[in-house]
Design a protein around this ligand. Sequence first.
Ligand SMILES: Cc1cc2nc3c(=O)[nH]c(=O)nc-3n(C[C@H](O)[C@H](O)[C@H](O)COP(=O)(O)O)c2cc1C
Length: 359
Amino acid sequence: MSVFHKLGTILIKTLPPETAHKAALKALSFGLGPKRVCKHDNLKIKIAGISLPNPIGLAAGFDKDAEVPDAMLAAGFGFVECGSVTPLPQDGNHKPRLFRLPEDLAVINRMGFNNKGLDNFAKCLRRRKGQNSLKKDGIVGANLGANKDAKDRAADYITGLSALWGLADYFTVNVSSPNTPGLRDLQGGDALEDLLGRISDARQKLTGDAPSPPIFLKVAPDLDFAQIERITEQARTYGMSGIIVSNTTLARPEFLKSSYKTETGGLSGAPLMRMSTRILNEFYTASAGKIPLIGVGGITNGGDAYVKIRAGASAVQLYSALVYAGPSLAAEICDDLAARLKADGFTNVSEAVGTLSGQ
Ligand SMILES: Cc1cc2nc3c(=O)[nH]c(=O)nc-3n(C[C@H](O)[C@H](O)[C@H](O)COP(=O)(O)O)c2cc1C
């Protein structure tokens, strides 16, 4: 990390968390983010038909309104997921709603899908496409959510797909945020079947004869193996392109030290690593490696990314670690991961996927 970016990261950490996040987005939008090229041939990988220059992605929630995807790609991320975006703009929960737990390298949030809505999101992606028409590299996904007051939540995901079709390189159906009451119910039984059936129908109509962009399902880490088996089976039945494991957890491990540990919301960052990786590996087992998985939760370094890949992830994502290390972290993880693969005799990252069973 350059001295300039080191200083920036230290300064930003002195601000209250949400102010710091806004300041970081502003700086990135002014082109002040790090510029790093991750040139490691052994990190190139294809997942659900999309080619990634490296498997380190930015998780949803950092860039909710698709304001800085290119700045994050320039910092070294192999792909960037913007959102969650809901059809209508919404303010989210009352502040304070974002807490740093520095002693635990963790974050608790109860943001509640604060975002500027689909129209604004589409405008940002359209502008980006216009700017990049000559140089269209960089994978940018759209993470879709549902409005808190929606009568038919499943319909909100279809609205999102329709509005952003052709503008995003992939979609994520996020049914796992803990801060919209009842949203996680969509992960279970008939509700999931209804949702996935409607997504599959919409996808067919939107695609026509052209190839469809991948559509992933993002799940919570608070699931047992029976739920994991059911979700996997339904995801395969309805042709979902892959599963993102996982969102934040409602659990509070006993080892947390920070005074904010009892705040309501989803816990993310280092304390989520073990739990989300165990669930990821259970999804890998349940699907016999047949459905692509993206591993997210608690990654703070190259070693963590490597563990997720060996547990079954074809790509990974992170967010909370950026709060402590800044956006240069993506490139540092790439360098470390590339070296680890080489040291273990893997010529490409795809060879390492799922090579550790029984996490
Ligand atoms: C402040 C904050 C906001 C988030 N917002 C979203 C969101 O809008 N949609 C979503 O799918 N995940 C959201 N997440 C979850 C992350 O995408 C990720 O799944 C989770 O934080 C675990 O990864 P991490 O430990 O690397 O942060 C959010 C996380 C944080 C910390």
